[in-house]
Design a protein around this ligand. Structure first.
Ligand SMILES: [Zn+2]
Length: 336
């Protein structure tokens, strides 16, 4: 039986400058050393891009990389997490490297970052077995355009219903992002071609337990458990205590129910999330606190501006205040 009690404590320096790496490492490890979230926020300022200073790395692919890579090893299984810079919403792409293949979860918002993911995976020297999309939000699928070009043999999986959501709304979402990001956003919608089934599955000798959740941060969300490694891949169900969460739809009550269900999964002490570095399971509680407060503020706020200002004031230590403005716009647009 494979086991790990330490989770993501082995971090690859990748292309990070020393100071940036230390900030990221501090952010990843703080839950394990028990510092308060407010202390964590102080040590984890918004990541600077292309900061000066030569990285100390033996990874030839890392040269000039804009994103960050964290690696954790569990026996023959390695989890590589690519974390985009802030302008890509700190989206994670998880790469599960087994004995003979790699499984990629999520595809980044911006194409250059998806390109970095592809180059990193290619350097691992193993074929991509499949690409799995966790949910239909643009920041997780836009870059699938690059990944499917670079790995044409890899099938793209998602929960039943996600492909329909992308067919219905994908292009409109890209049209919203285009004025902001120009040619860094996808030019076409990549539709998953395969349906992922719930329950236990072996891929490349690794056991996955896929779970389907509705009406939380998104209408439809995959979570993936690795029971042998005791890793919960929660994607956008759980957010870092250091950053704001996205609250783009009015599912506050049910999201809290889902979080309680995740909390009931005992022993999963390492949680990889959709944005920012992996967290300790205590992040489930801090996400519940956040969603509960957001629900109250939403109920009391007549417009997006009031909601946004009140939520930022309620969590002054959380980074990425821009995510609150972004969320408020969508949340209140949906109301009309
Ligand atoms: Zn997201």
């Amino acid at each position: 039986m494979l086991s790990s009690t330490s989770g993501f404590q082995r971090l690859s320096q990748a292309a990070l400058s020393r100071s940036r790496f230390l900030r990221l490492a501090a952010s990843a490890l703080l839950p394990f050393v028990g510092l308060r979230p407010s202390a964590a926020a102080g040590l984890n300022p918004e990541l600077a891009q292309n900061e000066g200073g030569a990285p100390e790395t033996k990874d030839p692919v890392a040269s000039g990389r804009m994103g960050a890579i964290l690696v954790s090893q569990f026996g023959p299984v390695k989890i590589h997490s690519y974390l985009s810079p802030a302008d890509g919403f700190h989206v994670n792409t998880q790469m599960i490297e087994g004995p003979t293949a790699v499984v990629i979860f999520d595809g980044q918002l911006l194409l250059p970052y998806a390109g970095e993911v592809a180059s990193y995976v290619q350097a691992l020297g193993k074929p991509v077995d499949r690409i799995i999309l966790s949910h239909a939000h643009t920041d997780h699928w836009s870059g699938l355009q690059v990944l499917t070009e670079r790995f044409p043999d890899a099938r793209v999986f998602a929960l039943h219903g996600v492909a329909d959501q992308l067919r219905a709304r994908g292009q409109a979402r890209l049209d919203i992002f285009r004025p902001i990001y120009g040619d860094r956003i996808a030019t076409k919608v990549t539709i998953p071609t395969e349906t992922i089934t719930e329950g236990l599955q072996q891929i490349d000798g690794i056991t996955y337990d896929f779970k389907r959740f509705v009406d939380a941060e998104s209408d439809l969300q995959l979570a993936a458990l690795l029971p042998e490694q005791k890793v919960l891949m929660a994607f956008d169900l759980v957010f870092s205590p250091n950053e704001h969460a996205f609250t783009v739809v009015d599912h506050f009550d049910h999201w809290m129910i889902v979080l309680e269900q995740l909390k009931a999964l005992q022993d999963y002490n390492t949680i990889t999330i959709g944005h920012d570095t992996p967290v300790h399971r205590s992040a489930i509680d801090s996400t519940i606190t956040y969603v509960k407060r957001a629900r109250e503020i939403h109920a009391a706020s007549a417009d997006a501006k009031t909601y946004s200002e009140s939520l930022k004031a309620a969590f002054p230590d959380r980074q990425q205040a821009g995510w609150v403005d972004f969320s408020a716009k969508l949340l209140y647009a949906a109301r009309r």
